[in-house]
Design a protein around this ligand. Structure first.
Ligand SMILES: NC(=O)C[C@H](N)C(=O)O
Length: 318
């Protein structure tokens, strides 16, 4: 059975964020995770309220999470088999389907900013590795030592993973994951952004779903916007984000669409994960088949946030 949270207030400004599909989050981290996810949703909403676009809002929300070492994106990214960081990110503007993505980038504080620059300043959708980092330098983004992104927790996480599992990966995401955001702005534009360090102990050069348009996310003003998280190989094969929007296109509610897409991935591939979705009408859902998925949503000034279904909290933003 999936877990989910659902919104049903009047249409206008909406931001939903996630902090990754994960196994159970230890009690001592829950408050820090909840605080981070709430801060990101509030940042995205404030951008929308100040007249910013959906793209501005999702980028702003994801930057907050990339800068927060509690999350597996930017600083705090999980380590690959060599103890190094390789990060993936993507962003999409539902107005014209423009999209930008980067993969396997190392010495960059905010991969989502670079993904946005790929979208806006190049004729391409996707840059990888050295080329992406050269483009970052050309755009004036400072290179930072990769050590600045590596935390004690991510080092311990890799050690533990190597002891427990060797190089074999399961199809269940154990990492507190990937971060993502979706938004609807006052002009009816939709956008998504997703950013990640990937999965712990991954092979060097492994690219997951998060930078792949249609898998890690999708946005189309005629349908909705989605950001996904979970087992990347399964999400890629299921094309999870676009699959969820296909169901919206077929007339399903956001809740039904999310459930159908996640169930398909689970039954066909045994892949677990989660997604956030906002429709063009402003209906939203956060749904997951993993044990938990931190999420927060703001719609018309009302903030809701949770980690497990039974733990949803609501308050008004002023
Ligand atoms: N936890 C995650 O969401 C990981 C991400 N989907 C990946 O496989 O790269």
């Amino acid at each position: 059975m999936e877990e989910s949270a659902r919104g049903s207030i009047d249409v206008s400004l909406v931001v939903v964020v996630h902090g990754g599909g994960a196994s159970n989050i230890s009690a001592d981290r829950k408050e820090r995770v909840r605080e981070g996810i709430t801060r990101a949703a509030t940042e995205g909403y404030n951008i929308l309220k100040a007249g910013g676009s959906a793209v501005d809002a999702v980028e702003g929300a994801v930057i907050v999470l990339e800068n927060d070492p509690e999350f597996n994106a930017g600083c705090g990214s999980v380590l690959n088999v060599k103890g190094d960081i390789e990060m993936d990110a993507s962003i999409m503007d539902g107005k014209d389907l423009s999209a930008g993505a980067v993969s396997a980038v190392r010495c960059i504080e905010n991969p989502i900013k670079l993904a946005r620059l790929v979208m806006e300043k190049t004729p391409h959708c996707f840059l990888t590795g050295h080329g992406a980092e050269k483009f970052a330098a050309d755009m004036g983004i400072p290179e930072i030592p990769v050590e600045k992104l590596i935390t004690e927790r991510s080092k311990k996480h890799l050690e533990k993973e190597k002891l427990e599992k060797g190089a074999e990966k399961t199809d269940c995401p154990k990492n507190l994951g990937t971060v993502g955001a979706v938004a609807l702005d006052c002009r009816g534009n939709l956008a998504y952004a997703t950013s990640t360090g990937g999965i712990v102990n991954k092979m060097v050069g492994r690219v997951g779903d998060s930078p792949c348009i249609g898998a890690g996310g999708y946005a189309d003003n005629n349908l909705g916007a989605v950001s996904t998280t979970g087992h990347g190989e399964s999400i890629l094969k299921a094309n999870l984000a676009r699959l969820a929007l296909f169901h919206v296109e077929q007339g399903k509610t956001v809740d039904e669409a999310a459930e159908l897409a996640l169930n398909y991935m689970k039954s066909k591939l045994k892949g677990l994960g989660g997604l956030i979705l906002v429709s063009k009408e402003g209906d939203w859902v956060a749904k997951w088949t993993s044990a938990s998925m931190p999420w927060a949503a703001v719609k018309n000034g009302k903030l809701q946030a949770g980690i497990d279904l039974c733990e949803t909290r609501t308050r008004d933003l002023h």
